[in-house]
Write a protein that binds this ligand. Sequence first.
Ligand SMILES: Nc1ncnc2c1ncn2[C@@H]1O[C@H](COP(=O)(O)OP(=O)(O)OP(=O)(O)O)[C@@H](O)[C@H]1O
Ligand SMILES: [Mg+2]
Length: 233
Amino acid sequence: MAGPQWAVRCQDIVKTYDTGGQIVTALNRINLDIALGELMMLVGPSGCGKTTLISVIAGILDQDSGVCELFGKNLQTMSSKHKLAFRAENIGFVFQTYHLLPSLTAAENVSLPLIINGMKRKPAERKAADLLDRVGLGSRTTSLPGQLSGGQQQRVAIARSMVHSPRLIVCDEPTSALDHQTGHNVMNLLKEVALHEGRALVIVTHDARIFEFADRIAEMDDGHIVRVRDQGK
Ligand SMILES: Nc1ncnc2c1ncn2[C@@H]1O[C@H](COP(=O)(O)OP(=O)(O)OP(=O)(O)O)[C@@H](O)[C@H]1O
Ligand SMILES: [Mg+2]
């Protein structure tokens, strides 16, 4: 049987939040497909729904209606146990606010996805240390997040998102705290790890300096996708 055609397939996704009486429609009938091997960027003004959309795509949030498929699988119809295992194996996520565990070192944070997937601690931490080296933090593997700068913490989060070679990496503003050169290095590394055949990368960003890395750029406004620009690669 042929494998899935799409990494991500969003059809008519609606997501509302109930904030104590006031209903906010964060996603208003979103349709978006992301191809295998594609780097899709998501842009748009603050509050337009970018984080909400990638959270639905990654199975972190449930939509109210519509269907989202990842590599041909509908996460919403999986048992919670199956969904957790599927996400742990197939998805890497860089949160806008990093979400590092404060009591674990950089290497321990990065090794977590490997340990969750069954790797032993020592080899997992070795692999984590290698990746930290590649994001320029080889000398800080034993530092706690609180001992690192914002941009260093961001790079730990990026290393953690890719350490288990997931099929989909989703990043929320991955270069917001990085200088131009470091941002470029991180983007090149993300591409190298994420864009093997059959994988995909979704990046939310305001950072025009990295637009050149995208295959397509989806522009969002007020819960809608208003335009998808093909970068002609
Ligand atoms: N947990 C929540 N409860 C209530 N409303 C929320 C919640 N999370 C997001 N929203 C609302 O949903 C809308 C979309 O929010 P979202 O975080 O997806 O925007 P965003 O495009 O990521 O913005 P930013 O660029 O500022 O990160 C906003 O109006 C926001 O206030
Ligand atoms: Mg956001």
